[in-house]
Design a binder for this molecule. Structure first.
Ligand SMILES: *Cc1c(COP(=O)(O)O)cnc(C)c1O
Length: 430
């Protein structure tokens, strides 16, 4: 495979961009290669500047559930741009967006649009603190909630991949307000509630994790966390930036049957444009300015272009008959094929899947249920597998600690090709 143009482009990029990338997860540091520069995308495929085409499972890190460059989204963007791209005044699309979000995720009674997932989680935490008049927050090892200071403690995703789960630049004061617990370990949560009685403002978690790879919470764990929050007057925040509109129409909370107090959204909700949102109980949301004293604002929040792409995407998800059933079928087909490869070859590994999110963990363990299980994975083996995938035209996240995403645009041919290429790679790695 010739990637000479991407190599040259990277040499230029590092001159004036830190690490040559505008988000560290795009770097190939942990797999030891050169990031590919993408010039276009369509459906299930992306094309790099050397004209190599790949079946894409990165999906812009989650948003592209309809596949890339969906004609309806492109049409909505074109139509909107003709009337202007930002006014800093209310538009009808913002109300339509809020109505649709509240309909699709019933625990959300009121919702505020922001510009990224990071902004959503930061703002939701401030609101939870303002509401409870408490300071402390519990997060879980390996969960990622964007790059807000409070969350860069034992964080997942790029922070984990690049070995910086605790970032310099976060003050001791901020760090000491964040308590960490172990995912799928209810006792670790209850212990903190005991130790810090009446001081915990919020518990935040990925209700299905993606940022340390895909892990589902046990019923006992997630129900116990909900109960502990209720008993202690603590705000339960589901960070559904990745899982919202992804694992089900109503997000992970629909699958789990748990009602959080606040939910954060991003990724899919922007349809490929920069968007985030947070919402939940009206009683809590009403504390936000201009109704209440908790301040949060944004020059470009609810931006018309972002609303056009997001609203078009959500409407298609809401109105397409059996959308999530079809998506589930595709993802199940892919993962069954990948699992059969492991079984046939006797190759050690664990595949976790929830809806259209999946991770193949290179591990000799039988199950992967929390951060310490994830840390037992063989990242060198992953790096080799990743590179072989790339060489054979399969584009996945350059990290063991991420989810792969199946979109509705992945055809059976795409999925079968992926299964076959994966088998070839595993054979060579045996
Ligand atoms: C991606 C992600 C974020 C951060 O969103 P950005 O738009 O990258 O700021 C927060 N939480 C979760 C669960 C995510 O997957």
């Amino acid at each position: 495979m010739n990637i000479s143009k991407s190599k040259a482009a990277f040499i230029e990029a590092v001159k004036h961009i830190p690490g040559g990338v505008n988000s560290p997860v795009r770097a190939f540091n942990s797999v030891g290669g050169n990031p590919l520069f993408i010039k276009k995308s369509l459906g299930s495929k992306v094309t790099d500047i050397d004209d190599n085409e790949y079946i894409d499972y990165v999906a812009s890190w989650g948003p592209m559930i309809l596949g890339h460059t969906h004609p309806d989204v492109v049409e909505a963007l074109n139509r909107t741009a003709m009337n202007g791209t930002s006014y800093g005044a209310p538009t009808l699309m913002e109300t339509e967006m809020a109505d649709l979000i509240c309909k699709m995720i019933p625990s959300i009674e009121s919702v505020r649009m922001v510009n990224s997932g990071t902004e959503a989680t930061m703002s939701a935490l401030r609101l939870a603190r303002g509401y409870t008049k408490r300071d402390l927050v519990i997060k879980f090892e390996g969960c990622y909630h964007g790059h807000g200071d409070s969350f860069l403690i034992k964080a997942g995703s790029g922070a984990l991949t690049l070995g910086t789960p605790n970032s310099p630049g976060v003050t001791k004061g901020t760090a000491s307000d964040t308590l960490t617990a172990v995912y799928n370990d209810l006792d670790s949560v209850l212990g903190l509630f005991n130790e810090y009685k009446d001081q915990i403002a919020a518990v935040i978690l990925e209700p299905v994790t993606g940022n340390m790879g895909v892990i589902k919470p046990s019923d006992e764990f997630i129900q116990g966390v909900r109960k502990a929050c209720t008993d202690n007057g603590t705000v339960l925040i589901f960070d559904e930036v990745m899982t919202g509109f992804r694992v089900a129409k109503g997000g992970a909370q629909e699958i789990l049957g748990i009602t959080p107090d606040l939910t954060t959204l991003g990724k899919i909700i922007g349809g490929g444009l920069p968007v985030g949102a947070y919402g939940g109980k009206k009683e809590i949301m009403d504390l936000l300015a201009p109704n209440g004293p908790v301040y949060q604002a944004g020059t470009l929040s609810g931006n018309p272009m972002a609303m056009a792409a997001g609203l078009t995407t959500l409407r298609l998800l809401d109105e397409t008959p059996n959308f999530y059933e079809k998506l589930e079928e595709k993802a199940a087909f892919l993962v069954a094929g990948l699992q059969k490869n492991l079984d046939d070859l006797g190759f050690p590994g664990v595949i976790n899947r929830v809806g259209s999110m999946f991770t193949l963990f290179f591990t000799k363990e039988k199950e992967v249920n929390n951060f310490s299980d994830v840390m037992k994975c063989d990242t060198d083996l992953f790096a080799k597998y990743f590179m072989m995938g790339l060489e054979s035209g399969i584009y996945t996240a350059p990290s063991q600690f991420e989810a792969g995403f199946v979109s509705i645009a992945h055809s059976e041919v795409d999925l079968q090709e992926t299964i076959d290429k994966s088998r070839e790679a595993l054979k060579q790695l045996l």
